[in-house]
Ligand binder design. Sequence first.
Ligand SMILES: [Zn+2]
Length: 331
Amino acid sequence: MINTLKATVKAARNWVKANYGAHTKTMDDPRLWVLMYHRILPTTDPRFNLEEPGMIVTPETFEMHILELKKHFDLISLSSWVAKQQANEPLPQKACAITFDDGWADNYEFALPILKKHNISATLFAVSDKIGTPFRFWPNIVSELIALKAPELNSQPLLQPAYQLSLEAFSKEKNAQCIDNLKLYSEAEIFAALNAINWQSLLQNSTHRALMNWQELKECDESGFMKVESHTCTHQRLDKGLSTEALQVEIINSRQTLESKLDKSIELFCFPNGDYNQEALNLVKQNYLAAVTTKNGINSSSNFNRHEITRIAIHDDASNSRIKFLARLAG
Ligand SMILES: [Zn+2]
């Protein structure tokens, strides 16, 4: 009863937000909505169940988003908006830029065709040193090991909560919570534990590659529908006590690698997991025209903080109906 009531209140609140939110209003100051997507996967895809719910949107939902966005916004690439803003050129009153983080192979398979069909230019932030390699993100490795009920998980203190979870019935929510708790640790600590149990051999039958290869990435970029920008070399979170040298490698070398492989200039940066310290931010300011965070919000042109651009995280559960999606854009 209480739950039904809560759901009704939430639905009503979403309806009001969807119909009267910031996206429905015109203001003097031009504004920019930046949407953050990760993976585009159909529910029938074997990769779907192994991923955190907060990472996925289905192709059907993504296409519905584009149709709704066209009703409310000028869809513009992030680099175009930033260039116009910097040059003091006229900006659309309400602009929206679509971004994808990481460079997932499924973006090439499922997002690129939809962007082409609707003639939308999005931005893709690629993890430069992991493109075209068998690299896996640790949350996916841990999720697959839980699904496999790998007893080896119990041998590493850091992975014992994952082991306990593997003994229970599968729950997407509990899985996501377990992954979230592991984010207390650095990439180095988590991979040390995973390497100690030799995760590659445990997952040797898994065929899921995470990221695109260079040919696919180049095709995305050259198409103009998914312009590639930088998301570090190895996706280390930049607030986890990295040395100055390590920060320089992640921030500067990723740009150089992408520039030489794609034969173009790279001007935008994306902070992994939205995490950074002051030193990382300063380096990004010295090396990039602009950068995106995971802080939630709508950007305004008069008060534009170009190295800490806010975004709106989009995932299927919170955006698979027109009302839920528009409520998310309401500010
Ligand atoms: Zn990322």
